[in-house]
Design a protein around this ligand. Sequence first.
Ligand code: ADP
Length: 188
Amino acid sequence: MSSRIILIGPPGAGKGTQAARLSEALGVPAISTGDIFRANVKGETELGKLAKRYMDAGEYVPDEVTNSMVADRLAQDDAAEGFLLDGYPRTSAQVDELDRILAAEDKAIEHVVELTADTDEVVARLLARAQTEGRSDDSEDVIRHRLDVYEEQTQPLTDIYRSRGLLRQVDGLGEVEDITERILSTIR
Ligand code: ADP
């Protein structure tokens, strides 16, 4: 089974947790744009310096920057037979870029899994994560802003993928293991 999968959902829906588990189950790499940006921030690269300003404000990093980073990542060997994208695409310009990258290789996305969770739940999870991980963008006002940006810029992408027949909605509330099973059963 080849797997080219997008995970979409608001901050705090559990995309990163599920991406790691699905990566294991499906044998394809989980590619998280947020993780790549954070690694660059930590390494103090030029990309990291640029991205940090946006991340700390809860804004999206500009499309051109994000798109070229993802194009490079998807060109690596381990992504040839499939991948799970966690946190990309988040804007319609990113959808276009991903379409272009895949079309150039005669490939296509198979499933777009939307993890759903209500606002109170995701805010609570992110505030709890702030305690344990200390992410600089997990303060309450930045969290609220990230949720607004998600609703405005990323939620509409579900309509695009729904119209292509690719959208699979999965309830993101419950035990981590159960959610993984739900996702696996919808894509199998
Ligand atoms: P969350 O889903 O909780 O917001 P991520 O780790 O996925 O966390 O992303 C953290 C931050 O990284 C975002 O707020 C944004 O600044 C940046 N980022 C991640 N993915 C993208 C993307 N596809 N486009 C633009 N910015 C992104």
